[in-house]
Design a protein around this ligand. Structure first.
Ligand code: UD1
Length: 365
């Protein structure tokens, strides 16, 4: 069986690490196509190096652009790549513009498409990720769902027959890396200047268009972080840096200590070193829970409903509109008492279930 994985953005590289490892030692051929949606070393190269992912077989180098330009650039470059290889499966990951473009190219070439992390829904049609998820799920032939909630969403949309629950491949990677960090296999993370790793700090990220594109909203969110009573290590995504510069806003203010994004092992160590996480990232909401740190999410909704159980994750869409005492109390709350969690991911198995599902559902040639 030949499988082409299409990836391009940071969170997809984490998922790819699990899948590439599961293909190792199998008789299957696994081809990696990097679209180039993320091109900064901090967002791409360090993930290949740090997570031991084989170098991409093909690099499309599309770079940044508006959604239509970026999606179109990947789409127009993919046809020749897929036509040359005619894989048994095109495997697309998550919800980025690279996901949708990879899926569209494949269906138009009559190549079977599998969607990893299928069935997630925010029900917020303003989010580019929501368009990408819904369209990719309806185009794909095999829907590899991470959670029962995702399976249920797909059933409501009439896609139950194409759906298989495989679990969350990000848990495989997160907990493997956590164990390696504990074993001393990675150097300590380079935290932003002004963060003392031996004193309490919060770890923050902010990059969603809804939080960064409007200058007044971004300014208010940064002020909310600035008002927190502990230092805030803000790992600034290039999108945040670019938008803040364009709006004339300083990231460094009050408690906020801006720094660069971290490689994956550094991120895991930084979460474990923190007293909590404040973010609008999808993956970090889950990673905080797996690493047992409370997460405060600066969004009105989450695709990862299981993170809300027991208060591991709390949604605060407009921290600047809350009374400051309430905002501070939420962001600095302590971790819930650890209870046995019936939704805990089946650690170590999800990526192998992906390979198994692709093998079983492969069309006879
Ligand atoms: C993309 C995904 C988002 C995911 C995120 C993870 C879409 C629609 N969004 O958002 O779902 O959560 O990746 O990081 O696909 N930039 C750089 N260097 C880079 C990449 C981006 O400077 O390597 C800057 C550019 O100014 C660019 C902006 O960031 O215009 C946005 O990048 P883009 O890839 O369009 O979306 P992300 O915000 O990274």
């Amino acid at each position: 069986m030949r499988v082409v994985s299409v990836v391009g953005a940071r969170p997809q590289l984490v998922k790819l690490a699990a899948v590439a490892a599961a293909f190792e030692g199998t008789p299957h051929e696994h081809v990696i196509v990097h679209t180039g949606q993320h091109y900064d070393a901090d967002l791409s190269d360090v993930f290949f190096d740090g997570l031991g992912i084989p170098a991409p077989d093909v690099h499309l180098g599309v770079g940044s652009g508006s959604h239509g330009v970026q999606t179109g650039a990947v789409l127009s470059a993919m046809d020749a790549v897929l036509d040359a290889r005619r894989p048994d499966w095109v495997l697309v990951y998550g919800d980025t513009n690279s996901t949708l473009a990879g899926a569209l190219s494949a269906v138009k070439l009559h190549l079977p498409v599998a969607h990893l992390e299928a069935g997630l829904r925010s029900f917020n049609r303003r989010m580019p990720e929501e368009h990408n998820r819904v369209l990719t799920d309806h185009a794909a032939d095999l829907l590899l769902a991470p959670t029962q909630d995702a399976v249920d969403h797909l059933a409501v949309e009439g896609l139950a027959e194409r759906t298989e629950l495989v679990g969350d491949v990000m848990a495989d990677v997160c907990l493997r890396v956590r164990d390696a960090v504990h074993a001393g296999d990675h150097p300590p993370p380079v935290l932003p200047d002004g963060i003392d790793p031996s004193a309490p700090y919060l770890l923050a990220t902010l990059h969603r268009p809804d939080n960064t594109d409007d200058p007044a909203r971004l300014d208010a969110l940064l002020d909310a972080l600035a008002a927190l009573p502990v230092p805030v290590a803000l790992l600034a995504h290039p999108r945040l840096v670019a938008r803040a510069a364009a709006h004339g806003l300083d990231l460094a203010r009050g408690s906020v200590r801006p720094g660069r994004p971290l490689p994956y092992a550094g991120l895991v160590a930084a979460v474990e070193g923190s007293v909590g996480v404040v973010t609008d990232s999808g993956g970090l909401q889950k990673e905080a829970r797996w690493l047992r740190r409370p997460c405060t999410t600066l969004r009105p909704e989450t695709e990862w409903l299981e993170t809300l159980a027991h208060g591991w994750n709390v949604l605060v869409p407009d921290p600047h509109l809350d009374p400051v005492d309430r905002w501070v109390a939420t962001a600095t709350r302590t971790a819930p008492v650890v209870v046995d969690d019936p939704d805990a991911p089946d650690v170590g198995g999800a990526a192998h279930r992906v390979v198994d599902a692709l093998t079983r559902h492969r069309s006879p040639t």
